[in-house]
Write a protein that binds this ligand. Sequence first.
Ligand code: ADP
Ligand code: TRP
Length: 343
Amino acid sequence: MSKPAILTGLRANNDLHIGNYFGALLPLIDMAKKQAGTYQILLMMADLHSFSTPIDHTKLHDQIQDNLRTYIAAGLPIEQEDIFLFRESYIPAHSELMHILDCFTGVGEMGRMTQYKDKSAKIGTDRVSMALLNYPPLMAADILLYDTTYVPVGDDQTQHLEFTRDIAQRMNNKFGELFTLPKPAPEQHVFFGKDQGLRIRDLQDPQKKMSKSDESGKGIIFMHDEPQKAAQKIMSATTDSIGMIHYDLEKQPGISNLLQILSLLSGQGLQAVIKQYEGQTQYGPLKSAVAAALEQFLTTFQKAYDEVTDKTLTDKLKKSEETLNSIANKKLALVQKAVGLRG
Ligand code: ADP
Ligand code: TRP
């Protein structure tokens, strides 16, 4: 790449909610805006990773398109040449390199990875897929093909990042300088600024975080919720019987969550919102303000989403994938030569 690379993989995640939006999408878009110019930003839909555990395959394609479209609707500046939006399975070099890395990776080593251990303990080693065991080498291939320097991921991915560094070093030791090692996790944290720890809570049960795994959906605001219905979910959010507004996540998680959501929706700082409502003895006006802000926010977002045409998305993907295929194929050729596949 002509500039150092920042790469991250986005898992296809149906029904994105406002927690995903404010906690993951927006920070990534902000980062891309800030770093483009100095770095090349590679935002990859990790489509091959997305069925290492069973999924509904009739929905996968729509889900991928929806998620990509959401990034654009949320303001990803796709006109910037340094920002690439692409799909893993459209660059065959990812799978090719994965196989080569597999040949230098121990089964025992992969069996000890936390993600594999957790999931195989839940569903049993007979039913767990080879792809789950093989998840880290595919992720390493994603990263190493582009000599990536920084990889913004959550803490649960740190072990995979460390494996990427290990396998890159192992290959370099054996075959000469093939790969750039991504920075170690602590340096990544310094570069990206420590995770702000934003956690939007479930509206019905504010003790837990808003998460798509909640079956009923009553406590979750989805990005595609009908705006008026979403506003009703706010009006029936669980609060408490204390009868006075304080920002206190322990004693008043429901109220504090509403203050937090209002601050995100309105773009006002949390302190400003707290100052405005603290000490009030009625919860109704706060709920109404959040409901109105939410209705407005979803209406605006959904309009922007509808305006992202198929052509806009396809053009960006095509352009990114063309450029990246050529970069990835060069790196792959180097590795193929090093291991003796090519003369
Ligand atoms: P879910 O819990 O809905 O399955 P994921 O675990 O797939 O969400 O998370 C996708 C991204 O969204 C992660 O970066 C995660 O930190 C962020 N995220 C998920 N839920 C929330 C939340 N309630 N508040 C803030 N960020 C969240
Ligand atoms: N494993 C990552 C996750 O679950 C997604 C991912 C796949 C990824 N390939 C990647 C992240 C490469 C960063 C770099 O969130």
